[in-house]
Design a protein around this ligand. Structure first.
Ligand code: NAD
Length: 282
C-alpha cells in the first residue's frame, strides 16, 4: 500500500509559513493584496474565487473581488486590468478562467502586468520559466513540486512522465521536473503506446481531465503517482484522473483526490502574491 501524500497537511504547513511572513510585513505597514476578477456566473469559477478570497483572509492578506456580469465587454475588462496594474495596494491580479466566449483570454492575460501575474500565465513569465529565471511559478505544477519536496521525493535522474500538455498544467510541469533534473517525457491525446511510456515512469503525473483514466496496468511497481485531475465519477463523486483504489497498492506514493494536489494550488497563489509584494517593496 502506497504512502498517501497528504496535500491538506502540506498546504496547511505552507500557509502557516506564509501567514508568519505576511504578519512580519504587516508590522512594517505593508499588506500583500490580491485582486480576483470573475466574469459571468460559472458555478465552479465562483467556488474557486470564494476559496481564493478565503485563503487570503486566512493568511492575513488583503483581497478585492471584482464580479462582473457575463455581458462585460473585452474593453471594459481590459480597463479594469489596467486600473489594477496601477493600484498600489494590489500586488497580484488573477482573472478567473474560463472567460465568456466573446472575450479573448490571451489579450486579457497579456494586459496583466507581469509583476502582478500571480498565475504565471503571461508570456513573459512563461518565457522566464523556460530559462529557469522565474518570479512566479504556475500554481498547480508548483504545488506538485512542493508535495514532492515535502515527502523527500528526489526527482534528479528519475524517469518522469507527464500525461497532458496544457499550458496551465502539463507544459509547466514538464519544465519544473526538468529543472529538478528529471528525465521527462510528456504524453498527450495523440501519444501512441501511452501505456508503454507511463509504465517506465518513476514519477507519473496525470493531468488529463478524465475520471480514473490511469489504471494499475499503466503504472510501474513502486512509482510515485501524482493525480492533478478533478473530475466527477459515475455517481457524481469527486475523483481524479487516476483510479486510486486500483493504483494505491502498486505505487510507492500517491496523491488522493480530493486532498492531494488541489489544496496546494491556492496555497501557491498566496505564496506568489507574497513574493509579488516583497518584490514591489524591495
Ligand atoms: P486540458 O483539458 O487543458 O488538457 C488535458 C490534456 O490531457 C491535453 O493536453 C490532452 O492532450 C491530454 N489528454 C486528453 N485525452 C488523453 C488521452 N486519452 N491520452 C493521453 N492524454 C490525453 O486540462 P488541464 O487544464 O491541464 O487540466 C487537467 C485536469 O487537471 C482536469 O481534470 C482539471 O480539472 C485538473 N486541474 C486541477 C487543478 C488543481 O488545482 N488540482 C488545476 C488545474 C487543472
Amino acid at each position: 500500500m502506497a504512502v498517501i501524500i497528504d496535500g491538506k497537511a502540506v498546504s496547511l504547513s505552507c500557509r502557516e509559513k506564509i501567514k508568519e511572513e505576511v504578519a512580519k510585513m504587516a508590522a512594517k505597514g505593508i499588506v500583500p493584496g490580491l485582486a480576483v476578477v470573475i466574469v459571468g456566473d460559472n458555478p465552479a469559477s465562483r467556488t474557486y474565487v470564494n476559496n481564493k478570497k478565503k485563503g487570503c483572509a486566512e493568511v492575513g492578506m488583503y483581497s478585492e473581488e471584482y464580479a462582473l456580469p457575463e455581458e462585460t465587454t473585452q474593453e471594459e475588462l481590459l480597463e479594469l486590468v489596467e486600473k489594477l496594474n496601477n493600484k498600489e495596494d494590489i500586488h497580484g491580479i488573477l482573472v478567473q478562467l474560463p472567460l465568456p466566449k466573446h472575450i479573448d483570454d490571451k489579450a486579457v492575460i497579456a494586459a496583466i502586468s507581469p509583476q502582478k501575474d500571480v498565475d504565471a500565465f503571461h508570456t513573459e513569465n512563461v518565457g522566464r520559466i523556460m530559462i529557469g529565471e522565474y518570479k512566479f511559478l504556475p500554481c498547480t505544477p508548483a504545488g506538485v513540486m512542493e508535495l514532492l519536496k515535502a515527502y523527500n521525493i528526489d526527482v534528479a535522474g528519475k524517469e518522469c512522465v507527464v500525461i497532458g500538455r496544457s499550458n496551465i498544467v502539463g507544459k509547466p510541469m514538464l519544465m519544473l521536473l526538468l529543472q529538478a533534473n528529471g528525465t521527462v517525457t510528456i504524453c498527450h491525446s495523440r501519444t501512441k503506446d501511452l501505456k508503454e511510456t507511463t509504465r517506465r515512469a518513476d514519477i507519473l503525473v496525470a493531468a488529463i481531465g478524465k475520471a480514473k483514466f490511469v489504471g494499475a496496468d499503466m503504472v510501474k511497481e513502486g512509482a510515485v503517482v501524482i493525480d492533478v485531475g478533478i473530475n466527477r465519477d459515475e455517481n457524481g463523486k469527486l475523483c481524479g484522473d487516476v483510479d486510486f483504489e486500483a493504483v494505491k497498492d502498486k505505487a510507492s506514493y500517491i496523491t488522493p483526490v480530493p486532498g492531494g494536489v488541489g489544496p496546494m494550488t491556492i496555497t501557491m497563489l498566496l505564496k506568489n502574491t507574497l513574493e509579488a509584494c516583497r518584490d514591489e517593496n524591495k
